[in-house]
Design a protein around this ligand. Structure first.
Ligand code: CP3
Length: 344
């Protein structure tokens, strides 16, 4: 047994209660986060500053009482260090000034270990967190899935239609695969270096999984996530891996791969996920994050999830990230309700 209940739960071991954390738990709903971000100047400066990134990583552990910290960073620092110029425009979200259109654009990007070696501020942040995080709390490192990263690299920003990357998917799939393969190589090294720096668990966010039709999801996303998991498991079999493909209930029957935890999004019924995957993977999730606006809605959902999962092979979480206007007190209520129903 590890001293960390969260790591044990990821590995499917019995734990005294069901651990809980929240996606996007280090963020704008916390006034303490806003204060540190203001000191740093802006969001990217905060990501680049190990002392401050460490400080905001630890905030939700101290304030909200979750069982795991998640590294404070962003998935888009990867393409940034591959040579794409990332900025966050106020009110508009992330932007890349020069999106990928051609094979030459891909060839120009820095790849492999060389790109991963440029993310030193991330590894430095992890080392600082490791020194300051309590022994019984786990540290989650993360990456975006190659597909989710590629959507930003091709569209240059967030998108509602994904028309530019989907045009590439159907009209020039070879080019898209070339991007995905290059990103996958960088991510393998990146996650390996996060592990070497001290993370306990890996989560792969495929936030835009639902943009791909189910029959093509494996080819353009899942198989690359599995390739990353296989690589990490061959070197670090003791490090749990969480896969979070958002919005893929139609893909549950096809899920395969050497990983430990399947992150269930809020649109997928927990009972369905349990029926399809519960014997092979630990399940994480899956409260609809907007339930956090109401304590009653939160309590009834937590009780419902507990009834389905019965405190076995389960980690409490939201079914996607917490929103900035959720009262901190409601986030605390979610955590304490998860602890109450699971007997802490
Ligand atoms: O979960 C955590 O607490 C750890 C930190 C974390 C952030 N981004 C901090 C962040 C993580 C794990 C991410 C991942 C991320 N980033 C994803 C996948 C996760 C998901 O939610 O599905 C994606 C798609 C991104 C890209 C990204 N970063 C977008 C689209 C935005 C703008 C969103 C918005 O609401 O403005 C960001 C910025 C970002 N990343 C913020 C935070 C706290 C807000 C920045 C701020 O302080 O203004």
């Amino acid at each position: 047994m590890s001293s960390k209940i969260f790591v044990d739960a990821c590995l499917g071991k019995e734990t005294p209660y069901t651990p809980v954390w929240m996606m996007r738990q280090a963020g704008r709903y916390l006034p303490e986060y806003m204060a540190v971000r203001a000191e740093a100047g802006d969001f990217l400066n905060l990501c680049h500053n190990p002392e401050k990134a460490c400080e905001v990583t630890l905030q939700p552990v101290d304030i909200v009482g979750v069982d795991a910290a998640i590294l404070f960073s962003d998935i888009l620092v990867i393409p940034d260090e591959m040579g794409m110029d990332l900025s966050f425009v106020k009110g508009e979200g992330p932007k890349f000034s020069d999106p990928i259109e051609t094979e030459a654009d891909i060839d120009r990007l820095i790849g492999g270990e060389e790109a991963a070696d440029k993310l030193t501020y991330v590894y430095d942040t992890i080392k600082l967190i490791r020194e300051q995080l309590a022994d019984d709390k786990a540290l989650i490192g993360f990456t975006g899935a190659p597909w989710t990263l590629a959507t930003y690299m091709i569209e240059g920003q967030g998108t509602k239609t994904y028309n530019i990357c989907k045009k590439m998917m159907y009209a020039n799939p070879t080019l898209l695969h070339k991007i995905l393969a290059k990103v996958t190589e960088v991510v393998k090294y990146y996650m390996e270096k996060q592990i070497e720096a001290g993370i306990d668990v890996v989560q792969i966010f495929d936030s835009w999984a639902a943009a791909i039709e189910p029959s093509m999801y494996d080819e353009f996303s899942w198989k690359y996530m599995v390739e990353i998991a296989d690589y990490l498991k061959s070197k670090y079999p003791h490090i749990p891996i969480i896969m979070f493909p958002k919005g893929v209930p139609a893909f549950l029957d096809q899920v395969y791969g050497n990983f430990d935890v399947f992150g269930v999004d809020w649109g997928t019924p927990m009972a369905l996920a349990k029926e399809k995957l519960g014997d092979r993977y630990v399940l994480q999730g899956n409260m609809e994050p907007c339930r956090l606006y109401s304590k009653e809605a939160t309590t009834s959902c937590v009780e419902g999830i507990q009834e389905i999962m019965g405190g076995k092979r389960h980690i409490f979480n939201l079914g996607h990230g917490i929103l900035p206007d959720v009262p901190v007190e409601h986030a605390k209520h979610f955590v304490s309700e998860c602890q109450r129903v699971s007997g802490k």
